[in-house]
Design a protein around this ligand. Structure first.
Ligand SMILES: [Fe+2]
Length: 337
């Protein structure tokens, strides 16, 4: 395997960002003045994703929420507007933070109070397709349509009580469960794969890559969309579990060496991994991303993924099933004395 000297070293660890507390927003100064250029970036990001041929692959609840949130395609919304649309419907509050990437411990303390943090940072022109850092477009456009709805509030409500009560090892698993559900989750609706995770929805590159895989699975006869799709995905998973776990172990090793830092580098690295493991690029391994049923044991094996390229996405049979699966891990921890 060749190693590109220019690949930034990525280990999945987030360095704590030290912010002067006097710089943090107070309840009185939540609103910011954005430049015309920033509003224009927002408008282009919005238009890039708000396309019928992309929206049709997003889950129903997202589209309902997007209507309820009444986002202006041309203007970054105010926090007041977001709260007017969200708080009466789900009880959650939006708060602005100067922290670029809030550490999980602080994040879940806010979550426990039903406060969802949004950054004050908007990506720049050269990051239109992909940003490794979650910016306010990700926070607002990706997550907040869901927070207008009680079911999402209920899913988000599960994480904090478990996280606060969890051991360090369990916390790592909880972060991954959140990552592969609310950030990068897929579900089945109308017997089609649909995008649920905010990380995919808010990134045009990630979104198109995912949708391409939906089409490829049909084209390569991996999934027959005239029959129920989830049992077929499950059958592929069970038949290939051993190879999947070998890939995950390989990816873990690559993460530690800092080789999974961007979509382009990441995918080349995964392909080399396939070759070195003798795994043919076909069937469920034939695309640019691997779709796998939401299996907690498998998810728990995956390394820290923040800022990194995601080689796998996990699919729940429905939102109800996501609820049940998350509960099966989170509830016993939350209820533990
Ligand atoms: Fe997010």
């Amino acid at each position: 395997m060749t190693m590109n000297q220019n690949v930034p070293s990525y280990t999945g660890d987030i360095a704590a960002q030290h912010v002067d507390p006097s710089q943090e927003y107070s309840t009185e100064n939540q609103e910011l003045v954005f430049s015309a250029n920033q509003h224009a970036i927002w408008a282009d990001l919005f238009a890039g994703i708000h396309q019928p041929y992309l929206l049709e692959h997003l889950c129903q609840e997202y589209k309902i929420g997007l209507e309820l949130l009444q986002l202006d395609p041309h203007q970054i919304p105010t926090v007041a507007h977001l709260n007017e649309c969200i708080t009466p419907r789900s009880g959650w509050h939006i708060e602005r933070t100067v922290v670029r990437y809030t550490l999980a411990d602080d994040w879940y303390k806010k979550f426990a109070q039903r406060i969802f943090l949004i950054t004050d940072y908007l990506r720049t022109r050269d990051q239109m397709e992909f940003t490794p850092e979650p910016d306010m477009f990700h926070d607002i456009f990706g997550h907040l349509p869901f927070l207008t709805q009680e079911f999402y509030a209920r899913i988000e409500d599960k994480f904090a009580p478990a996280y606060m009560n969890a051991t360090q090892e369990e916390r790592e698993v909880i972060k991954r469960l959140a990552w592969y559900s609310t950030e990068f989750g897929l579900i089945v609706q109308d017997n089609r794969f649909k995008v649920f995770g905010a990380g995919i929805i808010s990134g045009r590159k990630e979104l198109t890559r995912t949708i391409m895989e939906f089409y490829r699975l049909g084209r390569d006869n991996v999934i027959d969309f005239s029959r129920p799709v989830f049992p077929q995905l499950q059958a592929h998973f069970l038949a290939n579990k051993n190879n999947l776990h070998r890939i995950i172990d390989g990816v873990n090793a690559l993460h530690q060496k800092g080789q999974m830092s961007s979509a382009d580098e990441g995918w080349n690295v995964v392909l080399s991994l396939y070759r070195s493991l003798g795994i043919a690029q076909e069937g469920m391994f034939g695309g640019d991303v691997i779709l796998i049923p939401f299996d907690i044991e498998t998810i728990a094996r995956i390394p820290k993924t923040v800022y990194a390229f995601n080689p796998m996405l996990f699919v729940c049979e429905s939102l109800e099933q996501m609820d049940v699966l998350l509960d099966s891990f989170l509830k016993p921890i939350a209820l533990r004395k």
